[in-house]
Design a protein around this ligand. Structure first.
Ligand SMILES: [Zn+2]
Length: 331
């Protein structure tokens, strides 16, 4: 991630770090707090690069020089990355960090940097060793801790850090990223509302369950808007029938889950007057408008089906109930 991306994704973080880099007023320790998918780790790497880069510009790393590349590849002698995302961080890892950083800096920048990702995942012993270490910071040391929630970090550690908050990305940012990833306008619009991190764009883009759900929803809705009974027949004949028979139950559930999500997005678009260049979606919205369609029972059905899915009800039974309610059983 480069600094311009950071500026778009997290403008406040950008400004805070930029000021510190320009005024040479960096803290010894930072604590990056925010949900996953908010560019916390990428920002930590960019900051580390900016501290050792040969060609900084406006305070920021060039991300092209040999020093920047070595940080990126975790191949820089005075840089240690500890990642607690897969297993907990052990005291030995912290002791090793302490040992290495007690030696003279090896690189010409004379800067020592460590990043501890998912720092909440640290054994108490490790946290205590670390505490001793950061209590006596040296001038050439910069530490960056990354966590999802401040509540998970020992107050004694948090109090020694400058806390930087990362905010969840806006739907607009996701939408633009989805367009960049090659999704068409309608899919970018829907996907941006289903995800909580940019990584999920690729996952949905390649998800058969999602594609099926969108296809089925569009077909179903055409029939349903013509006549409720038609909608029911469609779902019975083509909708989830083959999905339910499928042996991969997880995928069935995913498809139905996406189907329900897409149904809600559709109703939302209807009420908000969303305009799209997708012909089928526009035709559906227009049909609903012409009929002045009452979505009350429909939304109830969707929300009940979602509850059923959460309580892991039998998928076949769930579909039957959904069909019954959509027929007007609940209206
Ligand atoms: Zn550089």
């Amino acid at each position: 991630m480069n600094r311009n991306e950071l500026k778009t994704l997290q403008p406040i973080v950008y400004q805070t770090l930029h000021n510190a880099l320009m005024n040479d007023s960096l803290s010894h320790c930072y604590l990056f707090v925010g949900p996953t998918g908010t560019a916390r780790f990428e920002t930590a790497v960019l900051l580390a690069q900016s501290l050792v880069c040969d060609n900084t510009d406006d305070g920021w790393a060039c991300q092209q020089c040999i020093q920047c590349i070595r940080i990126e590849e975790n191949n820089y002698a005075d840089y240690i990355l500890i990642d607690g995302s897969r297993e907990s961080i052990k005291a030995e890892q912290i002791l090793n960090l302490q040992y290495q950083f007690s030696q003279t800096a090896l690189e010409k920048a004379g800067r020592k940097i460590f990043i501890i990702n998912n720092c909440e995942n640290m054994t108490l012993k490790a946290a205590n060793s670390l505490l001793k270490f950061i209590e006596e910071p040296s001038n050439n040391l910069t530490g960056i801790f990354i966590t999802t929630s401040l509540d998970n970090v020992l107050p004694t550690i948090a109090s020694r850090c400058q806390i930087i908050n990362f905010h969840p990305l806006s739907k607009e940012v996701y939408y633009n990223k989805a367009m960049e990833a090659g999704l068409d306008e309608l899919n970018a619009h829907i996907v941006s509302q289903l995800i909580n991190s940019p990584e999920e764009i690729e996952i949905l883009k390649n998800s058969e369950s999602y594609q099926n759900a969108l296809f089925r929803f569009t077909e179903f809705m055409f029939e349903f808007l013509k006549d409720r009974k038609n909608g029911m027949i469609y779902l019975q004949e083509y909708g989830f029938r083959d999905v339910v028979k499928d042996s991969d139950r997880r995928r069935d559930r995913d498809t139905i889950g996406y189907f329900l999500d897409i149904a809600e997005i559709f109703v939302n678009d209807y009420f908000s007057g969303h305009v799209t260049d997708d012909e089928s979606w526009t035709a559906l919205l227009n049909m609903a408008k012409e009929k002045n369609f009452d979505f009350t029972a429909f939304l109830q059905t969707v929300s009940l089906a979602r509850d059923g899915l959460r309580r892991s009800a039998n998928v076949g039974l769930l579909t039957d109930q959904m069909l019954y309610r959509m027929m007007g059983g609940a209206s």
